[in-house]
Design a protein around this ligand. Structure first.
Ligand code: ADP
Ligand code: ADP
Length: 219
């Protein structure tokens, strides 16, 4: 059996979470968001969460060793045996090397790295209007993707929140960190023949079709 091991990359706000959920449902593999895993660790008050908290609220990346352990364990859980969609991981070259080594040890290889492209001014617009369900992680946008009932999640009715790191100053910081630490992964996966770039502008259903086509052509 060939696993469908996919990465969803792109700047903060590119639509990774929105698309990861849709693509996971369409392909029948779990969508695993590194940001959601970290936020749950923070909420649980675990030692790992305590370590991650400060980095996240400043808009910095958490140290590689923290996220590599967390994601490696998650991607080896039984539901990911047939594949996964990793959203927001890897975000640095050392993380990408660690992922390749972990997959290699399992006799697996990445299927493709899907990169959603979005210019910085769109990133700021999307992140400043984002609302998130604290229960299921589903995301909305006050203008572009509003919930049916204002301020409440369509899926489970929970009261939506604005993430602490979706403030103007932290957004600027996260965009800068993306360009410095994460954008080099575009070249990294390009050199390995795994990169599929997809335009992130357009309605979510249209972006979903582009991603689906890119994933299907790689499988
Ligand atoms: P977004 O997609 O909006 O950038 P995420 O939910 O993916 O946000 O990530 C939120 C925060 O969690 C990041 O700003 C960073 O602090 C931390 N984080 C998530 N994934 C990683 C990672 N792979 N490496 C380091 N830090 C990460
Ligand atoms: P990421 O996980 O990459 O940070 P999200 O999926 O959380 O991105 O999307 C960021 C914000 O942009 C959310 O408010 C979401 O509702 C909105 N959004 C996502 N995709 C689109 C799209 N194609 N067009 C307009 N807004 C979008």
């Amino acid at each position: 059996m060939t696993e469908l091991d996919l990465l969803l990359m792109g700047p903060p706000g590119a639509g990774k979470g929105t698309q990861g959920r849709l693509l996971g449902e369409a392909l029948g593999v779990p969508w695993v968001s590194s940001g959601d895993l970290l936020r749950h660790a923070v909420e649980d008050g675990s030692a790992l969460g305590e370590e991650a908290r400060g980095f996240m609220s400043r808009g910095d990346l958490v140290p590689d060793r923290v996220i590599v352990g967390l994601m490696s364990r998650r991607l080896q859980e039984p539901d990911a045996r047939g594949g996964f969609i990793a959203d927001g991981y890897p975000r640095t070259v050392p993380q990408a090397d660690a992922l390749a080594a972990a997959l290699d040890a399992l006799g697996r290889r990445l299927t493709a790295a899907l990169a959603i492209l979005l210019p910085d001014d769109e990133v700021v617009d999307r992140l400043s209007g984002r609302r998130t369900c604290p229960r299921c992680g589903r995301v909305y946008h006050v203008e572009h993707e509003p919930p049916v009932r204002a301020e409440h999640c369509d899926a489970d009715g929970a009261c939506l929140i604005q993430r602490e790191d979706d403030s103007a100053e932290t957004i600027r910081r996260r965009v800068a960190v993306y360009h410095k630490d994460s954008e080099p992964l575009i070249a990294y996966y390009g050199e390995r023949g795994l990169l599929r770039e997809v335009d992130g502008i357009g309605p979510p259903e249209v972006v979903a079709e582009r991603l689906h086509a890119a994933a299907a052509s790689s499988a």
